[in-house]
Design a protein around this ligand. Structure first.
Ligand code: PEP
Ligand code: MN
Length: 263
């Protein structure tokens, strides 16, 4: 196995990522949950209430959706960002949303707690450089066909600018397989954990594209001592405006949280 030595060595210390009342890389397991896309205030508020009731601290929500087809729901855009900001504040939840391009940087700096760089933007180097200049945590997804080395080097672009608040996220690669949407690469998550000083989480929703695998892989992530998972939840996944097929409902979410406590 090739030893990756290309990225900057550190002093052996882990980098703690801290935002409000949430800490990554201190041994805790952080579950980030919420809809693929924010649809309206009512459903986002219900999701926030469910998360708070179950002791959760982090709320995800897609705002500017980067969809394969331009005819699919594109997200609420700026209105979605405002909703996430308001609901996050009201329920004291740390918010996570994907930045679509450098043009939305000011808006995201002002309104979002953890800025997600989606898989499609992992190698958007001009954007990574800009994110290196800010002081906000960045959730950096691995690109669908990026090697571990390319993923870690993408993180270096942010680190080099002076921002070390980065959470790495394995979200599955494009492979020959069709039963699953992507092939969730747990070995990459473990490799990143071993090679990097940064916290590492997985996204079993996009990583498998199958609701029936989300809870099990989230439990596996905790078992593997990873730093958390980001999952899609919805009150009624059958009518979700995006990614319902990989989204678990509220009841399953509650069961998952209970079993994570037991682990
Ligand atoms: C998402 O988390 O909403 C998303 C689109 O993920 P990815 O960039 O991994 O496809
Ligand atoms: Mn999604």
């Amino acid at each position: 196995m090739k030893d990756l030595k290309v990225y900057k060595k550190h002093d052996g210390q882990k980098t703690i990522v801290k935002v409000k009342n949430v800490t990554f890389n201190d041994g805790s397991f952080n579950l980030i949950a919420g809809p693929c896309s924010i649809e309206d205030r009512k459903s986002l508020e219900k999701t926030a209430q469910l998360i708070v009731k179950n002791g959760g601290k982090l709320l995800r929500g897609g705002t500017f959706k980067l969809r394969t087809s331009p005819y699919n729901f594109q997200g609420l855009g700026k209105e979605g960002v405002e909703l996430l900001y308001e609901i996050g504040k009201k329920y004291n939840l740390v918010t996570v949303s994907e930045i679509p391009s450098i043009c939305e940087l000011e808006l995201f700096i002002e309104k979002i707690d953890i800025i997600q760089v989606g898989a499609r933007n992992m190698d958007n180097y001009p954007m990574l450089k800009e994110l290196g200049k800010i002081k906000k945590p960045i959730l950096l997804k691995r690109g669908p066909s990026a090697t571990i080395e390319e993923w870690l080097l993408a993180a270096e672009y942010i680190l080099n600018g002076g921002n070390d608040q980065i959470i790495l996220c394995e979200r599955g690669s494009t492979t020959f397989e069709t039963y699953t949407r992507n092939t969730l690469d747990l070995s990459a998550a473990l490799a990143a954990k071993k090679l990097s000083h940064l916290p590492v989480i997985i996204d079993p929703s996009h990583g498998t594209g199958r609701a029936d695998m989300v809870s099990d892989f989230t439990k596996v992530a905790k078992f593997l001592s990873l730093d958390g998972a980001i999952i899609e939840i919805h009150e009624n996944p059958d009518v979700a405006l995006s990614d319902g097929f990989q989204t678990i409902d509220f009841k399953e979410y509650e069961e998952l949280v209970k079993s994570l406590w037991k682990l």
